[in-house]
Write a protein that binds this ligand. Sequence first.
Ligand code: PAF
Length: 291
Amino acid sequence: MERIERLQRLRERCGEWRQAGLRVALVPTMGHLHAGHLALIREASARADRTSASVFVNPLQFGADEDFSHYPRTLEHDSDMLRDAGCDLLFAPSEAEVYPRGREGQSVIEVPGLCDQLCGASRPGHFRGVATVVAKLLNMVQPEVAIFGEKDFQQLLIIRRMVEDLNLPVEIVGAPIVRELDGLAMSSRNRYLSAAEREIAPQLHANLVAAAARLRAGVDCAAVEHEAEQALAAAGFEPDYVSVRRRSDLAQPAPAPGTPDDCALIVLAAAWLGRARLIDNLACDLDAPLA
Ligand code: PAF
């Protein structure tokens, strides 16, 4: 595996691949890799001739009071994991390489509508930072396909919308959430959990499973959201939100019977547990209305 820090070298290598007619995949990450990221690499390898990954802790997507300076940076270990997983290229740029004009001087990308709700409501500017760095990484590597985890479902939809709106010639693929045996979604931020919090953490997923069952039993969305938030608080979480949305566009579903889009739902949750802000989601399909 080749490790590249400079944009010029990255362009040369990816240009050679394109000239040779090879299909290139990109897996953007912020490092501190775990089995969930390796599943993204496997997905990428299955869809392309060459697999690249980026490791860049993007300052633009952290709020002033968030964990940018403490975010785990484990580049040597990440590099070993990527090499062992069969990744061909690791792009690990410095901040100056990505933002040569500084954080303030950078042109940014707004994705209206999707950015300000759910996680965007409690993390103002977060998705602007995500959309901006992902657009830059896609332009730097120019892959045919890029893979993102479905755990950050809102992020995935925002990236899809941005790619569509800006006519970027890349296929965006979402890969299923990878979970620990007890159901906890894998995340670099799980390392912030104490041993006692780690015991409680799987209840986030368990509550989503219960919420989906209640929806399928015909309970209305607002009641399901309220019950799940109460259950999380009782378990020791500080819930940010539990929200039932349409998978297609994150809009609130119309009451039954609605359209097929109003039946293809997703329950999304974000909750603090100690120092960790955990997010998770679960798809939930209701019976579609008869045509
Ligand atoms: O999901 C992440 O790890 C980050 O938001 C991403 C997509 C790598 C952009 O920094």
